[in-house]
Design a protein around this ligand. Sequence first.
Ligand code: E4P
Length: 442
Amino acid sequence: MGICKVKPAVFLDRDGVINQLVWNPTTREYESPHDVRDMKLQPGALQALRDLQQQGWELILISNQPSYAKGKTTLEEIKAIQAKLHAWLTEAGIRFRAYYYCYHHPQGIVPDYSGACECRKPNPYFVHKAVAEHCLDAKNSWLVGDQDSDILCGQNAGLRTILLTETRSRKKRGQSRPDYTAANLAAAAAILSKYQEARTGEHMKAKAKLKIKIFADGANIGEMKKAYAEGVVKGFTTNPTLMRKAGVSDYEKFAAEVLREIRDLPISFEVFADDLATMEKEARQIASWGKNVNIKIPITNTQGLSTVPLIKKLSAEGLCINVTAMLTLPQVREVARALHKKTPAIVSVFAGRIADTGRDPMPLMRKAAEILKAKPKAELLWASSRELLNVFQAQSCGCRIITVTPDILKKMALIGMDLQELSLDTVKMFQRDASAAGYTLL
Ligand code: E4P
């Protein structure tokens, strides 16, 4: 399967949100249309959907349609209604990424659509399915609906929610606590536009200031593919410890799989022999794996014997080395002298491990950047990052690359985030956990 770009989505309920509910004189209720001839769009719905699309949201429809299971209509009619909606949307240039319908009866009466289904809202089943199938950014996605079951479905999936109030549906409302209420879809689109602007605007401004290249540090193929798909990272680093942690048992197989997926960004693979002669053989083997491969060589072997002679030899031959496990300035000086001026290289200084000893790594990193000016093809890499702030610190020290773990990478989405909003998110998290745990005091 190819790698996809992760995008935020708006999950939409259908009846009462996109199309109008229909008056049923028998039940004296507004209900979902059971006949294609009763299908009418909500005023302004198409424009609102177009706006959402332009704002960069993926559109996903999730709807409970138990009317066939309740014996109120036929499956053909249900399909005709969907076909009509799809035709209207297509004509208006609106593309839903997917439509998900639950046809089951809430209690289960008609045999083929009965029983305890897992897809009926408020179950978040279809949200999870859509996120997995369409590579969606669940953290920044929303759900818009006009009933409590919609809002609860969104909340069960960890989405933000908007409840529409101008609907004719009188039932099953008033118990849920949405993040926002809005009169109709147009008003919801206005809220979502502000959110998207704040998210991408601030994020973009802060990110625009970031000139440093972000590499992903890890050996979990799924996470590596995800990082690649998100497009934030400009390269990858691995090491034997990370590979072991990720359960990699066959080094070559792992590397081949990674390199099949990622061909256009640099990836470092490390030698692991403890004597220089075998290290050299491994280095040449690793180099043969692909043009985008950097050979990671630790600055010494386990006896503290310097690998600089080997680094010098391979760099002179044009092999791209990533010198790793460096923590001191004398090491940086020695490597700077050894690297060939025409061969690209990475110099990985483990700033995080320096910080782990209670020392501020920034002065040392600044000096390392100064020293490496003598070899412009050598890029200083801030290794062993511990928090997102390190990205900005590394940049201000003159590092050209920082390698970060998937946890830190996830936090990139928080760059420039409004602190008031983050505070509110934090309060909501406490609230959710307290109620999920069933805590009571009074
Ligand atoms: C860099 O290339 C290393 O793989 C990495 O940053 C090591 O970090 P650690 O100190 O967390 O082991």
